[in-house]
Structure formats: structure tokens, C-alpha cells
Design a protein. Sequence first.
Length: 182
Amino acid sequence: MRLWGADIGNAYLEAKTQEKVFVVAGPEFGDLTGNILAIKKALYGLHSSGLRWHERFADTLRDMGFTPSKADSDVWMRPSQGVYKYIAVYVDDIAVAAHDPDSIVEQLKSVHKYKLKGIGPLEYHLGCTFERDKDGTLSYHPRKYIARMMEQYKRMYGESPRQYVSPLDKGDQILSWIPPPN
């Protein structure tokens, strides 16, 4: 399978608001200055915009034949020729795992008219770097994110933080076995 990522541009503007929101037009509206305008699109900052966007994109994925996973409702799947195609959604970021992720992305663009940015093989997504080893095994890690945090710490405190392999002290036990009740 190939793994692609994309960002949906102006995601909230793709959904309509169900709230009745009005504004008085300012000078930036030209001839409409002073008029009362009704907001139709879900804008960033409106109370229900996130939910409206989520509903809108869920409808799109259902139209494309995807169903949400029972384990995580933001991971969508669709059977295809004996395997599954997957789309993982985090707000307006998507990760597509399929033999042909480009066809899924193209359908989102051409049929559903989403404005997608950063389309292509997934290399960096949600703070993690994605890469394959020489055997083709996919792995991900937050090395860049951690490096930025370390730099920020050094700027703030003038020294590097102490490095640990584990936050646990030697001999710490985090699990214990409790026999089931009779």
C-alpha cells in the first residue's frame, strides 16, 4: 500500500452553518457598509463549525463508499479487490492508505470539489515523520518535533535538558498482575 497525505484548504468554509449569525458590514464590504449580513458558511470560531465540517466531510466519505471504523470513527475504510482502502481524518488533514491513493485524492478534488494542498506521499504528518526502512516497513517518529522542543527549551533556559532513555527510574514497575475474582 502507498500512503499519501493532504490538507483540505478552507475546510470550515466547505460546510454550512446551522446557527443564525448576523454581522453589520464594515468599510471592507464597500457598498454594503452598514448593512446587516447573514453568515451562511461555518467560520472558524463559530461554536458549531467543527461539527458542521465533520458532518460535511463524513457525508462525502459515505458518498465515496467509505464507512467509519468501529475502533476509531475518524478512520474510514472501503473494501476493494480483497483489500481495504483507508482514509484517516484529523480535522482538515487526511492520510490515505491504498494501492492507488492518487485516485481517491483526485475524486475528492474533481467530484467533490475540495481544495487540497500538500498532496503526495506522506513524509510529515501531525508532528511525525513517516518513512520506510530498506525492507519497506513503514515507521513514524516525532524526531523533528522533539528537536524543536529541545531547541525551544535551550532558548528558554540557556541549557539543554537532561536526556533520558525512559522517564522511569531503574526498577520502577508500572504493571502488576491481579488475579481475576472467583
